[in-house]
Design a protein around this ligand. Structure first.
Ligand code: GLC
Ligand code: CA
Length: 554
């Protein structure tokens, strides 16, 4: 089918925490292969693997030191080939994470680049003189650190938007770009089915960002040549393959997204936007315990659903390896009932929108945020850097306040091991896990849920199946029915033949559904799914975190 990725559901595997086959406490490729039947049972179509390449190890794999090698903690290239083969045998596609805004500082290119100013690889990275003995400019990177690091050997600074161990590649350099395309084609040739492209909106640096003028620098997203580079990449790589491409693109609005992922853009199939992830940000960005306002969610989603309609394709996500657990953040994990209902409600809400849904590992079980009792239990470099900046240097948060922020928003929430069963290692490992296992694995785990028709897992299965059965979920136009209601989110999807009515209660209180009467009119309706057992009519009040979907025939 053309554009098969529109009807697909993508499942993100975070290899380090998915399944440990050899008992060293770290998830691995053999472990993923062992669990392919579980993913096939869930019904997803595509597996996106967070990076499995050889890595410098400063940012959990997002600092690649060799694009052609598998990180030894994860296994070997033979293990990868087996995973690919076994996935394909089950009709599952494999998407690799492509991290080409930067490499590891241990990558051979950077090792050469830093040797001397005339090295042939010097220009593969972004080197600048200091400004009056200081950094070239005052730009800050994404991880609470300056974006420049002094390198004594050649007395210049290199740019790193992320950690010091992640120097940014210089996309102005044509030879570097060609080497990236060669590498991408090597993987595509091997048979992988596409790429998720890490911070791809950052690869072209605006002149002010790289100016050695002592200025403030500037935001590096959507730089002047990003579209030229992506069109070139498309022509030299993707255009020759039937693959799926999704760009991670901080800084995009719907109009900008159309430039990247418009149906005739010849760049990417879709992008991950951040506007939804930002609705609950505080004055210091993500480091807050503030809860979102549903009206902001509605405005954002509606802008994206309407803004891309017939122009580009949405990717739909409520969480990933950089975000807290979706049920804890957008739902309610405070009681077993609310936890179960809200996890199913969020699944309904997301999967009935227009776009390609992304399920993050464990969301199909309702995995929750973890509680870290102190920094010693944290593993993520972003957490350490933010703590240093906000508690130690700037003292804007006390230790307790920052731990509360970390427990609400830190990336380790998503990175605790998959909860396969209630045993000591949660069925994830026989050894000592690299990061703590959530204590609630005794209650929340796959063994309990697979095969239980009322479980969150079974609910995901049904919802994923519905997407296959009803084209209106893929193609119908989106229409919001209650834009001003702060508690319930009701939207419709419409095509020539039918309408789909999606009702989601985002609160623990009962909410009236009288407002859908006018929309229903005299149409005949059929309930497709819901997270409460009773048969209901659309205008019945919504229970705590209730979600219901109806098909209406005119
Ligand atoms: C992306 C990744 C994140 C990583 C960063 C730097 O945002 O999703 O995990 O730390 O890029 O590569
Ligand atoms: Ca292992």
């Amino acid at each position: 089918m053309a554009d098969w990725w529109k009807k697909s559901v993508v499942y993100q595997v975070y290899p380090r925490s998915f399944m440990d086959a050899n008992g060293d406490g770290i998830g691995d490729l053999k472990g993923i292969t062992q669990k392919l039947d579980y993913l096939a049972e869930l019904g997803v179509d595509v597996i996106w693997l967070s990076p499995i390449y050889q890595s410098g190890g400063t940012d959990a794999g997002y600092d690649i030191s060799d694009y052609y090698a598998i990180e030894q903690e994860f296994g070997t290239m033979a293990d990868f080939d087996e995973l690919l083969l076994e996935a394909h045998r089950r009709g599952l596609k494999i998407v690799m994470d492509l991290v080409v805004n930067h490499t590891s500082d241990k990558h051979a290119w950077f090792q050469e680049s830093r040797m001397d100013r005339n090295n042939p690889k010097r220009d593969y990275y972004i080197w600048r003189d200091g400004h009056e003995g200081q950094m070239p400019n005052q730009m800050m990177g994404y991880f609470c650190e300056p974006a420049w690091e002094h390198d004594a050997k050649t007395d210049q600074y290199y740019m790193h938007l992320f950690t010091i161990g992640q120097p940014d590649l210089n996309w102005e350099n044509k030879q570097m770009r060609e080497e990236i395309y060669t590498m991408m084609n090597w993987w595509l040739q091997k048979g992988i089915d596409g790429f998720r492209m890490d911070v791809i909106s950052c690869i072209s640096k605006p002149a002010k960002a790289v100016a050695s003028d002592g200025g403030q620098g500037m935001d590096c997203t959507n730089g002047p040549k990003v579209h030229a580079y992506l069109k070139e990449m498309h022509e030299k790589t993707f255009s020759n393959y039937d693959c799926i491409t999704v760009g991670e693109t901080p800084g995009v609005t719907p109009d900008i997204a159309v430039q990247y992922a418009g149906f005739d853009a010849n760049e990417l199939n879709m992008v991950f936007q951040f506007e939804l992830m930002d609705v609950d940000s505080g004055p210091l960005g993500k480091w807050t315990t503030q809860r979102y306002d549903l009206l902001d969610v509605k405005r954002t989603i509606t802008r994206w659903q309407e803004g891309l309609f017939n122009r580009a394709w949405n990717s739909l996500y409520l969480g990933n390896h950089d975000q807290p657990r979706c049920v804890s953040r957008w739902g309610d994990d405070s009681t077993p009932l609310y936890w179960e209902k809200s996890a199913k409600m969020l699944c309904t809400f997301l999967h009935m929108l227009q776009g390609t849904p992304y399920v993050y590992q464990g969301d199909e079980l309702g995995m929750t945020n973890v509680r870290l009792d102190g920094l010693s239990e944290a593993r993520d470099v972003e957490i350490f850097n933010a703590y240093r900046l906000y508690v130690e240097e700037q003292q804007v948060f006390t230790h307790d306040e920052m731990m509360a922020n970390i427990n609400a928003r830190g990336r380790d929430n998503a990175r605790t091991p998959m909860q396969w069963n209630d045993g000591k290692g949660a069925g994830f490992t026989q050894g000592d896990p690299w990061i703590k296992i959530n204590e609630n694995h005794t209650r929340i785990n796959a063994q309990k849920q697979v095969g239980d028709p009322d479980s969150i897992f079974s609910y995901y299965k049904q919802v994923i199946h519905l997407r296959k059965a009803y084209d209106i979920i893929t193609d119908g136009a989106y229409k919001i029915l209650d834009a001003e209601n702060p508690n319930v989110y009701t939207y419709a999807r419409e095509d020539e033949n039918a309408k789909l009515l999606v009702m989601c209660n985002f609160t623990a209180q009962e909410q009236s559904a009288d407002h859908v009467a006018a929309y229903l009119g005299q149409g005949k309706y059929k309930r497709l799914i819901g997270n409460y057992a009773n048969e209901s009519s659309p205008t019945d009040a919504l229970q705590a975190y209730e979600a219901r979907v109806y098909l209406i025939e005119a």
